[in-house]
Design a protein. Structure first.
Length: 122
């Protein structure tokens, strides 16, 4: 799966990856079944064959199950030996300390990715 295009729904984020470009997750992540939503992405991350990966994560809200699955996906990028570098831009709304802290926790749990935190105004 070299191209992924899943439109956002009220409960799931937009997911977009076009070969040679960045992976984008944008919206809300509160799916009824986080495993069925994220497992194909986790499997894809383990098999991805790209030297440099850029990831934009712009989730206005995610529940704890989504956070666990998202971390599992990022861990697959981290352990995938075909990926040399991973840069993650973590977007958070001005004043949303919880979202910022979530990104900072992810940053501490991963080795390969370099995080860039970007605050934005609503």
């Amino acid at each position: 799966m070299n191209t992924i295009e899943k439109p956002a729904t009220p409960n799931t984020p937009e997911v977009k990856f076009i070969e040679g470009k960045k992976l984008v997750l944008k919206g809300r992540s509160i799916p009824q079944d986080a495993k069925s939503f994220y497992q194909p992405l986790i499997d894809w991350a383990a098999k991805l064959n790209i030297r440099h990966l850029a990831v934009d994560i712009n989730l206005e809200f995610m529940n704890s199950t989504s956070a666990k699955k998202l971390l599992n996906m990022l861990k697959k990028f981290d352990s995938n030996n075909r990926i040399e570098t991973v840069s993650i831009t973590w977007y958070y709304e001005e004043g949303d300390e919880e979202c910022l802290i979530s990104g900072q926790i992810f940053e501490k749990l991963l080795k390969k990715p370099v995080f860039n935190f970007q605050e934005y105004k609503e």
